[in-house]
Design a protein around this ligand. Structure first.
Ligand SMILES: Nc1ncnc2c1ncn2[C@@H]1O[C@H](COP(=O)(O)OP(=O)(O)OP(=O)(O)O)[C@@H](O)[C@H]1O
Length: 598
């Protein structure tokens, strides 16, 4: 029996899909953020060193200017050379620091984009299903862009910080008592900014939560556009209640958060002018060398620029921190990829020699709020090459879940799947999946047929007979490895998905409610000709269906009933008459819930 490491989500908290737990967030974020930044440490170091050099050179320039102001000869001789050299260092240092910070920012964004895409592509399907799409998109777009924007701001903020530190050093050297005064003002200013930052970040977190709600509403107005046209009350509720309310809430939260920063910055400016007044007062009270006083005031006034730059960068950096936490949280949720899921090499084609079997397979979903957890199985089932098997049952009885287990999309929490008698393991599951071509009821139609291009023969020529057979050749052609259009009716799009299936030529074909959108004539053709032909070509054909008029055509009918599998007694006997017993195993009907014999 497979002792899969996949945890039973039934025992997991149903809140897994809700807002992240802050304590968990804090513990995961630090690690994820430092893992994201680690590859860029050398560049960050370059940025820091050159930024500090530019800052030091700028401060030295200020010192030189102050000296020149109090020297009779003005800017000449050695001082001129020093001035020019310092200008060069300040400019080159600033440019290098800006470029390396920007490079780090852009590479970081590119890295985050690739990492997230990779994580989504390799995440277990059930983990993706728990993390809802309306939560995924704001992270992939808004949060990543936020970091990109912050990278620009950060580069000037780093230099401003370097200049500030240099200026502080110079001021300390100029006059210890005046520097003492400045230090007191700085401690108060930094304290107020820190308070503003904490308050601002709290606000940005709230706004970010509301943005998820907004995204959900945006999805509803695009995906549910038709329904909303038809229902005035719902439309009004959607706009007035959900969108307007959420947008106003976001606006209000952001306004307050940024307002806090603005107040803190204004307070900082007031403090600054008070400080200058105090220094001038001090100079009047205690005699002081003019060069010291002018130098102090000159550098202090200059310092206002970098300080303002840092203050204006703080909200953006605060928002980037929130965005970073969301990215890190999503990253941590998908931290356990499916093992052995290859993104690079096409690999060998999978082969079905004889059977696919489920042995004691059980799967339980997480318990939804206020509802019962759905449990499927344990299920025992053997399917053979060249069989046409229908999976039938009421809505919500577990047909799609059974198919997902069969396809290897869900790993069984108990039991095992066997391919030709060999258990499918984590290592072989992705290869095993390549046996199947699927058309789900909520299928996604890829326009390009590139995956089939390498199989010899011209793709348009190979596709044409299928397009003709499915009566869509007058609408669609294949050009440059893609369908010329997918702007078709739902039924026609499903026919295109079937063309994919034909062209792929994989051993097992799975159709989940394929015929539901087809007209009666084509539905008849599907059940009576297309499916039997595929079966006769040696494919194992699995059909999830509610079309009871055609159940008698199946070699076997498997009925799902509230998570239990029951092989329909009629189907085997009926089918035995019709298909000469092909693919039948003479199984007796057997409920395969817990306790059933394997
Ligand atoms: N991602 C999920 N999380 C939690 N429960 C789920 C999830 N997907 C399905 N379920 C539950 O599992 C049960 C079986 O769902 P499934 O989609 O397998 O039914 P089905 O037989 O294919 O239904 P239908 O005929 O309506 O397509 C449902 O009751 C549903 O509530």
């Amino acid at each position: 029996m497979n002792t899969s490491p996949v945890p039973d989500p039934a025992t997991a908290s149903a809140s897994a899909s809700a807002t992240p737990d802050p304590s968990r967030k804090a513990s995961t974020t630090g690690g994820e953020v430092s893992a994201l930044l680690r590859p860029f440490l050398p560049w960050l170091l370059v940025s820091m060193v050159t930024g500090l050099a530019a800052g030091a050179a700028t401060v030295a320039l200020l010192g030189t200017i102050n000296t020149v102001l109090h020297r009779p000869g003005g800017l000449a001789g050695g001082l001129l050379l020093t001035f020019v050299a310092l200008c060069v260092v300040a400019l080159v240092g600033r440019a290098t620091s800006s470029m390396s910070t920007n490079l780090v920012g852009q590479r970081l964004v590119a890295q985050v984009r690739k990492t997230l895409a990779r994580k989504i592509l390799t995440a277990p399907i059930d983990a993706l299903e728990r993390y809802r799409t309306h939560r995924l998109m704001p992270v992939l777009t808004g949060d990543v862009d936020m970091i990109s924007d912050a990278a620009f701001v950060l580069s000037s903020a780093v230099i401003a910080l370097a200049i500030t530190l240099g200026c502080l050093g110079y001021l300390a050297w100029l006059s210890a008592p005046l520097f003492g005064l400045l230090l007191v003002a700085l401690v108060i200013g930094v304290g107020v900014q820190t308070w503003a930052q904490a308050r601002g970040i709290r606000g940005f977190h709230k706004a970010r939560d509301a943005e998820e709600q907004l995204h959900k509403a945006y999805r509803a107005i695009s995906d549910g556009a038709k329904e909303l046209r038809m229902h005035r009350q719902r439309r009004a509720g959607m706009y007035g209640g959900q969108i307007e309310g959420t947008v106003d809430r976001i606006q209000e939260i952001n306004r307050r958060a940024i307002g806090t920063y603005v107040l803190a910055t204004a307070f900082g400016s007031a403090l600054f002018f008070l400080l200058i007044a105090l220094i001038l007062g001090w100079a009047a009270w205690r005699s002081m060398a003019p060069a010291v006083l002018s130098g102090f005031v000159l550098v202090l006034l200059f310092l206002k620029g970098p300080l303002d730059q840092i203050a204006s960068a703080v909200p953006g950096i605060g928002r980037a921190r929130v965005a970073f936490q969301r990215i890190a949280d999503m990253s941590a949720r998908f931290a356990t990829p499916e093992p052995f899921l290859d993104l690079n090499t096409p690999g060998e084609a999978a082969v079905l020699a004889d059977t696919i079997a489920l042995r004691g397979v059980r799967y339980a979903f997480a318990k939804p709020e206020g509802g019962e957890a759905f449990v499927l199985g344990p299920v025992d089932l053997t399917l053979r090459r060249g069989e046409m098997v229908f999976i039938v049952g009421d809505n919500g009885s577990g047909k799609t879940t059974l198919v997902k287990l069969l396809l290897g999309l869900y790993a069984p929490q108990q039991g095992e799947v066997l391919l030709d008698g060999v258990p499918v393991t984590d290592q072989t599951r992705d290869h095993y999946r390549q046996l199947y071509t699927t058309v789900f009821s909520d299928f996604y139609l890829f326009e390009d047929l590139a995956a089939q291009a390498g199989q010899g023969g011209s793709l348009p020529a190979r596709a044409l007979p299928y397009l003709e057979r499915l009566e869509i050749a007058h609408k669609v052609s294949v050009k440059d490895g893609s369908f010329s259009t997918v702007d078709l009716s739902t039924g026609q799009r499903k026919r295109l998905a079937l063309v994919h299936a034909y062209l792929e030529g994989r051993p097992v074909l799975v159709f989940d409610e394929w015929a539901a959108d087809q007209d009666p004539t084509f539905r008849h053709l599907f059940y009576t000709e297309l499916l039997p032909e595929l079966r006769d070509q040696g494919h194992l054909v699995i059909v999830v269906s509610h079309d009871d008029r055609y159940f008698h055509l199946a070699d076997r009918v498997l009925r799902m009933n509230n998570g239990a599998l029951l092989e329909s007694p009629g189907s085997a006997a009926e089918s035995a008459d019709q298909v000469g017993g092909r693919g039948l195993r003479g199984d007796v009907p057997r409920p395969t819930r817990a306790g059933a014999a394997a």
